[in-house]
Every structure is written in structure tokens, then in C-alpha cells.
Design a protein around this ligand. Structure first.
Ligand SMILES: Nc1nc2c(c(=O)[nH]1)N[C@H]1C(S)=C(S)[C@@H](COP(=O)(O)OP(=O)(O)OC[C@H]3O[C@@H](n4cnc5c(=O)[nH]c(N)nc54)[C@H](O)[C@@H]3O)O[C@H]1N2
Ligand SMILES: Nc1nc2c(c(=O)[nH]1)N[C@H]1C(S)=C(S)[C@@H](COP(=O)(O)OP(=O)(O)OC[C@H]3O[C@@H](n4cnc5c(=O)[nH]c(N)nc54)[C@H](O)[C@@H]3O)O[C@H]1N2
Ligand SMILES: [Mo]
Length: 737
């Protein structure tokens, strides 16, 4: 018996990029281990059950029963790709290329075998309608782009050791990982004496492990608390005026709003207490601490931005970090998209492989004007068609079901007939699952590339099986751009599963594109890995499982812009951090103000619906899943049951005891789920962790715990944010058990 050890990197959708060692005996993975300071989490350790899951899709499938019934027959790759190619051609010839809608998400975080390959192919074979709006962080992305002119933002996590104060604002990295070394860094900061405070409707595992104080706050009201903290600082003269003068523009306009000069309402802590539920005294003390304990890192999670008008949360966080002089320094942090992202990181390499392939210029994108709010892209000076570009031919991902149902008659850019889904569990993961299911029945053809028979794959006409990262080669970025992880093929693909690259190339041949790629998978990886700073040669990189940046001290984002602003302007119209944005003002949208403001929105406590549905639902990311992935893995299911977390106060008022089955509902859907009665969530708020697999009973009541049967679609936030944490529900005890 021969045992091989293969160093690889888990590159799952959590973004952890944790190194792992695979033990392979006679072509079978027998054990998964961790080595080094970043330890694999429970999902990584359970990946063996995922690769070898009995429900892995191993062969191409064709639907035989009614759409959505889940009845399929096995067919050959050749037959499946013939059908896909001929449907693409038929739909384009009959309705034009815009009738082909391409919808992808992430799945894994990779340089090669990602969904961009198929997007490139669709662009080269006549075009397609794309989507825009990142489900994770469009609010944060907007805030960063408009304030800094770039998506960059994060200091390296080890720099948290230099912080005296860390605010975990709607951020639970003990669960969400947020790049492998985050928890380790937070523990080190705590040991070094940092004060750590969690601002979150839930007493999270991160609050429990790292924080000295928990401040519960009502979902969707964070901007009100932040502007009230600005009020405390301005009134007390605690803000850093010299920093603001040197590095920001428009502070005075923000000050006018905060102090009430603009609208007659001073944004005092007492004003914010009514909105947020946070006592005025707590807001005042936090403001004083933030202004005086320097350096301080305001770590703004993406979740508070995934609310109606959530872009204001991130804009306000940026304003506060600037008022305290914490951007561009050791121990500080530039809030926004960068907090959880790796843009602008020291190790950043060139484009991913799909951007290196020939001709990804999509005619449907090119021929439509830019969306009027897509100003950021103009600065790039080149067309950006991948991953949610600026073309008005694109539909916001949040609105796709509505767009499929209504098409041009409903004001959408096209009438959609064919849906091509790659690395995305659309039915499960996007808002208003029941509406998505109805919308899918309007389509002529649906193709899904999947590893498992997800709720989405069930609606496909053709399912193409994809392999996992243990069955192919690739690379990923880790530690907010501090290292690269290598993925090496450890075993043969299960059944006939193929990599995204193999599928794209084979479909290309059917569509008359013989030269889909000038290089093989390995040649591409050699090219990309060859560009990584401080990396060893290709074979050594693979043998070691990746490479790290040889940095002598923690990385500080925007250090140059702050130390030498004259020579390093921010790429904004003013060259500074824009607290007031003329470009936003020019849009004239009252719910998208040019300075950060608290904008009360739909489905909050002021909405008349609140009387009927008096609980605010948050839908957090689960420890035992990455999005909806891993939900079917037995080891992980055993660890945590899917529940709704509800406070003792709200449970008692409804006669609900811990473990009871309850009914959760609103106008969009209904689910039966077990109650977890806990003091770790504030009264008035309930949590259903997103990602559980939708499984409706005969009455359409979900029994799987899929949060999106309750969330609202059809109205993205004004700058495109995905408001999945803005949902009102009612909960009642279910008679049956
Ligand atoms: N284990 C695991 N890790 C993951 C993922 C996963 O599914 N599982 N998903 C990955 C992905 S794709 C992403 S985008 C990131 C997401 O990472 P996040 O967006 O940070 O994750 P969430 O769990 O949604 O929310 C974090 C915290 O915000 C709180 N919260 C929700 N709404 C509000 C609000 O309005 N205000 C405040 N102050 N707090 C609020 C929640 O209670 C929760 O504790 O995580 C990544 N990591
Ligand atoms: N209510 C609510 N809904 C949410 C959120 C929320 O907070 N609340 N979060 C949103 C966020 S942040 C995100 S990012 C979206 C994500 O939504 P999705 O990206 O749609 O969720 P995943 O479960 O990651 O789906 C990826 C799918 O790709 C398949 N797949 C196919 N090929 C591959 C492959 O090569 N590798 C891998 N790993 N998978 C492959 C996987 O099996 C999986 O089913 O969900 C959003 N939905
Ligand atoms: Mo995400």
C-alpha cells in the first residue's frame, strides 16, 4: 500500500484559504490534516465526505419529468453538450443574444476553474445578458468606490496586534473566518491588551471569544448609531480636524447633517437610541473611546450592509474612521469592501485566467449604455464586462426572478428565455425562493453546472457535473492577499465530473470555437504562478502548497496616500477620501444621499407591516456550511441542527419553549423549524442561518430551513446592495411536532 501526502489549500467560498494535507492511499483520500498556524475548520476536515458523497453528481443528466420534479436520466457528455449548444444557438437566433441570461456566483475562490470561463465563451459565441450586484458586499463596494475611488481597504490581519481598540461591527470571524488568520490575530490583539467591542444583534462566538463588551443593535440601524457617534465627537471637539483637512473632502457637509444644520434634527445619541435600541449613554461612551483610544480598527462586516440602504452603514463607518484618523496607519483600518476583501493587497497578481483568454468582450454589454450610477467603472478607462460590469444590459442579481417573469414589459433590458447557471444555487441563495421557482417556469431552457442536486439543479433541463478542487489543479489567494495557496489534484474525478475549464473547452468546440484557450490548464497555472512575488518555481510552489509574501512588517492599506498625499492622491475626483460625493449628488436619489446618512427604509420597525410581522429576521452565515454548500454532509449536520434563534422574551410571549417546532412566515413564504430559545439574540430579532437546503412539503411550507423563502426580492438597495437582512416575520408555535 502506498501513501502519498498532498499539500493543498481549501479554497471554499468562506475565503479562508486554509492549508491542508491530504493523505492518499491507492488513489483514495483517507485522511485530511492541518499543518502550520492556520488550521482547517470543521468543513475542511469534513471535505472527504463531500468528495465521496453518495449524492455527488457523476454524470450529465437530462430532465425527463416536469420541470422541478427532480426526474432525470443519465446521458453522455457528448449528447448533453450537443443539447446545450443547440439550445444556445436556437435561442440566440430566435430572440437575439440578450435572451441568454448567464448567472454565476462563486463556489470556490480560484484563479482558473471559475465561472468566468463560461462567461468568456458566451461572450465569444454571440453574447449574453449578464448580471450585476455582488450578493456579499455591493453596499460596501459602493461605499469604497465612492469614498476611496478603489475597492482596496484592508491592513493585513497581523496589524490588528497594533490596535488599541477593535470594533467587531456586524462581524463574526470566529464563524465566517474572513481569511484564515483573523481569529489568531484577534486572540493576539486581545492578549496584547486591545479593547474589543462587538456591535451586533447577536452575542456571537466572536463576541464571546474576543470581546469585553457586547452592544446589541437593531438590524439595519447602524448608520444612525455611527452618525450619533459623530455627533458626540464633533460636539466634544474629539475629531481629528487636521487629518480631515488633509485627507478628506466634504466633512463640513457631513457635519451640517450630523449637527442638524441641514434638516433641523441634531443626530444626538438620544435621537439614535430610539432608532437603534442602543442606550444613548452607551453610544456616547463608544464614541469617546473610539475618538481617544488610538489606533483603532473599525471592522465593518458585510452583513449590516446587506440591509435596505445598507451602503450608508459603510459610508458612515468610513467617515468615522476618517474623523478618528485611523485610515492608512498601523493598528487602524479603512472600512468598506476591503475589510473582508483582498483588493490592493501586497501580493496581488495579474488577472485571472478567464481574463487572459481571447475576446471576452460581450456584444450585449458593449451595445447598451452604461447604467447612470456606474461612474466608478469609467475611471478604469477600459471596458469591464466581467463580474458585474457597468452596462445597462445587466440586471441586478437581486431582481433576476422579477426580470425573468416580466422582461422588457416590466422595464428590464431583455426578454429572457435561456438561463445558464454556473457555481450558483440560485433558488436557495437569492431572495424570495418561492417567486424564483415560479419565475423559472417561464424559461425555455435551463442549464446548471453543479456538484450536487441542489434546489436549483432540480429545475434544470440539463445538469453538467463539475469536479471539486481535490480533483483538479488551481490556486487561490489567502490571508487578505498575504499568501497564495496551491491546489493540486489528489485523486481522479468522481464519475464523469469535469472541471469548469474542461466543460468550457468542450462546449466551445461544439459552438465552433476551436481555439477556446491557447494554453492548457497547467500552462496557465505556470504563467500565473510565475508572476507571484516572492514565489518559488512552479514545482516547488506546488510541493509546498503555496507561498507567502516575504514582508518584514504588517501591511497598511493607503499608507502612501496618508504619508505623502501630494504624490499619492486617492483615485477620487478630489484626490481625497470623499465624505461628500458630487457624483452621488448628481444622481439626485433621495435614498442615496451624497453624505452618509441614516436612511429609514422598508421593512423596518417604522413600516406598517411591522404590526403584522413584528420580528426582524437576520440570516447569518453558518459554521457548518459555506453558503448552501456542505448542508448535505452528515458529519456537519450532526454538529448543529438548523434552527431559528429567538430571545427568551419573544419566545415566552408566544408560548414557545426551547426545541419546539415553530412556524415562521410572512407574505412571501412559510417554514416549519425548531426554535432555539437563547439570550444570545436581542429581543425583537430572530436569526435563521442562511444556506439550509430548501425542502418544501406538499403545501409549499419549507421544512429545510431555507431563509430565502422569507426574504424580499425585487428591490435592491439604491446602490445595488442585497438587503437580505431586511425582512420582517412572525413566529408562532406549531401544534404538530
Ligand atoms: N462558515 C462560513 N463562513 C463564511 C460563509 C459561510 O457561509 N459560512 N460565507 C462567506 C461569505 S460568501 C461572506 S460574504 C462572508 C459574510 O460575512 P458576514 O456578512 O460578516 O456574515 P454574517 O454571518 O451574515 O453576519 C455577521 C454578523 O453580522 C450580524 N448582523 C446582521 N445584520 C446586522 C445589522 O444590521 N447590524 C449589525 N450591527 N450586525 C448585523 C449578524 O448577527 C452576524 O453576527 O462570510 C464568508 N464566510
Ligand atoms: N438570506 C440570505 N441569503 C444570502 C446571503 C445572506 O446572508 N442571507 N448571503 C449571500 C451571499 S454573501 C452569497 S456570496 C450568496 C452565495 O450564493 P451561491 O454562490 O449561490 O451559494 P453557494 O452555496 O456557494 O453555491 C455555489 C454552488 O456552486 C456549486 N459548484 C459547482 N461547481 C463548483 C465548483 O467547482 N466548486 C464549488 N465549490 N462549487 C461548485 C456548489 O455545489 C454550490 O451549489 O448567497 C447569498 N444569499
Ligand atoms: Mo458572500
Amino acid at each position: 500500500m502506498s501513501e502519498k501526502l498532498i499539500r493543498t489549500t481549501c479554497n471554499s467560498h468562506c475565503g479562508g484559504a486554509c492549508p491542508m494535507v491530504l493523505h492518499v492511499e491507492d488513489g483514495v483520500i483517507t485522511r485530511i490534516e492541518s499543518e502550520g498556524e492556520i488550521k482547517s475548520c470543521l468543513r475542511g476536515r469534513a471535505y472527504r465526505q463531500r468528495v465521496y458523497a453518495p449524492d455527488r453528481l457523476k454524470h450529465p443528466l437530462r430532465r425527463v419529468g416536469d420541470r422541478g420534479k427532480g426526474e432525470f436520466e443519465r446521458i453522455t457528455w457528448d449528447a448533453a453538450l450537443d443539447i446545450v449548444a443547440s439550445e444556445l444557438t436556437r435561442v440566440r437566433e430566435t430572440y437575439g443574444p440578450s435572451a441568454v441570461l448567464y448567472f454565476y456566483s462563486s463556489g470556490d475562490i480560484v484563479w482558473l476553474n471559475g465561472p468566468g470561463l463560461m462567461e468568456n465563451l458566451l461572450a465569444r459565441t454571440g453574447g449574453y445578458s449578464g448580471t450585476w450586484g455582488c450578493a456579499s458586499c455591493e453596499g460596501a463596494a459602493f461605499a469604497s468606490r465612492m469614498s476611496y475611488g478603489t475597492r482596496a481597504g484592508s491592513n493585513s490581519r497581523d496589524d490588528l496586534a497594533n490596535s488599541r481598540l477593535i470594533l467587531l461591527w456586524g462581524w463574526d470571524p470566529a464563524v465566517s473566518i474572513s481569511y484564515g488568520t483573523t481569529s489568531l490575530s484577534l486572540i493576539k490583539s486581545k492578549e496584547a491588551g486591545a479593547r474589543i467591542i462587538a456591535i451586533d444583534p447577536r452575542y456571537t462566538d466572536s463576541a464571546a471569544a474576543f470581546a469585553q463588551q457586547w452592544i446589541p443593535i437593531r438590524p439595519g440601524t447602524d448608520a444612525a448609531m455611527l452618525v450619533a457617534m459623530a455627533h458626540v465627537m464633533i460636539r466634544g471637539g474629539l475629531h481629528d480636524q487636521a487629518y480631515l483637512d488633509r485627507h478628506t473632502s466634504g466633512f463640513d457637509r457631513f457635519r451640517q447633517y450630523v449637527m442638524g444644520e441641514e434638516d433641523g434634527t441634531p443626530k444626538t445619541p438620544a435621537w439614535a437610541e430610539v432608532i437603534t435600541g442602543v442606550p444613548a449613554g452607551t453610544i456616547t461612551s463608544l464614541a469617546v473611546e473610539f475618538a481617544t483610544l488610538k489606533p483603532a480598527a473599525l471592522m465593518d462586516g458585510y452583513a449590516p450592509g446587506r440591509t435596505a440602504c445598507g451602503e450608508q452603514f459603510h459610508r458612515a463607518a468610513i467617515a468615522l474612521a476618517a474623523m478618528t484618523g485611523n485610515i492608512g496607519i498601523h493598528g487602524g483600518q479603512a472600512p468598506g469592501e476591503g475589510t473582508l476583501g483582498s483588493w490592493g493587497a501586497p501580493l496581488a497578481i495579474g488577472p485571472r485566467v478567464y481574463e487572459r483568454l481571447n475576446g471576452g468582450d460581450n456584444p450585449v454589454d458593449r451595445e447598451a449604455p452604461h447604467r447612470k450610477d456606474a461612474f466608478w467603472y469609467r475611471k478604469l478607462g477600459k471596458p469591464v464586462y466581467y463580474y458585474g460590469g457597468p452596462s445597462s444590459s445587466r440586471v441586478n442579481r437581486h431582481d433576476v426572478a422579477d426580470a425573468i417573469s416580466k422582461g422588457r414589459a416590466g422595464g428590464y433590458p431583455a426578454d429572457y428565455k435561456l438561463l445558464y447557471i454556473v457555481n450558483c444555487n440560485y433558488v436557495n441563495q437569492y431572495a424570495n425562493t418561492n417567486k424564483i421557482i415560479r419565475a423559472l417556469q417561464n424559461l425555455e431552457f435551463i442549464v446548471v453546472q453543479e456538484q450536487f442536486m441542489t434546489a436549483t439543479a432540480r429545475y434544470a433541463d440539463i445538469v453538467l457535473p463539475t469536479n471539486t478542487f481535490m480533483e483538479r489543479d488551481d490556486l487561490t489567494l489567502g490571508g487578505i492577499g498575504m499568501y497564495y495557496g496551491s491546489m493540486s489534484r489528489a485523486i481522479d474525478a468522481q464519475g464523469e465530473a469535469r472541471s469548469q475549464f474542461q466543460i468550457a473547452a468542450a462546449l466551445a468546440a461544439k459552438l465552433g470555437v476551436p481555439d477556446f484557450s491557447a494554453k492548457t490548464e497547467e500552462e496557465w497555472l505556470k504563467e500565473v504562478i510565475g508572476e507571484i512575488r516572492d514565489a518559488p518555481d512552479y514545482d516547488e510552489f506546488r510541493r509546498r502548497g503555496g507561498s507567502k509574501a516575504a514582508l518584514t512588517q504588517p501591511f497598511v492599506c493607503f499608507e502612501k496616500q496618508i504619508n505623502d498625499p501630494a504624490n499619492n492622491p486617492f483615485p477620487t475626483p478630489s484626490g481625497k477620501i470623499e465624505l461628500y460625493s458630487q457624483e452621488i449628488a448628481d444622481l439626485g436619489d433621495p435614498v442615496l444621499p451624497p453624505v452618509p446618512k441614516y436612511v429609514p427604509a422598508w421593512e423596518g420597525r417604522d413600516d406598517p407591516l411591522f404590526r403584522k410581522y413584528p420580528l426582524q429576521l437576520v440570516t447569518t452565515h453558518a459554521r457548518r456550511r459555506a453558503l448552501a454548500q456542505f448542508d448535505n454532509i452528515p458529519w456537519l449536520r450532526e454538529l448543529y441542527p438548523q434552527t431559528i434563534a429567538i430571545s427568551g422574551l419573544d419566545a415566552r410571549a408566544r408560548g414557545i419553549a426551547h426545541g419546539n417546532m415553530v412556524r415562521v412566515y410572512n407574505e412571501r413564504g412559510e417554514m416549519a423549524i425548531r426554535a432555539e430559545v437563547t439570550e444570545r439574540i436581542m429581543p425583537g430579532v430572530v436569526d435563521i442561518q442562511q444556506g439550509a437546503w430548501y425542502s418544501p412539503d406538499e403545501n409549499g411550507v419549507d421544512t429545510g430551513g431555507c431563509a430565502n423563502v422569507l426574504t424580499r426580492d425585487g428591490r435592491a438597495s439604491p446602490a445595488g446592495a442585497f438587503p437580505s437582512n431586511t425582512t420582517l416575520v412572525q413566529v408562532e408555535k406549531l401544534a404538530r411536532r
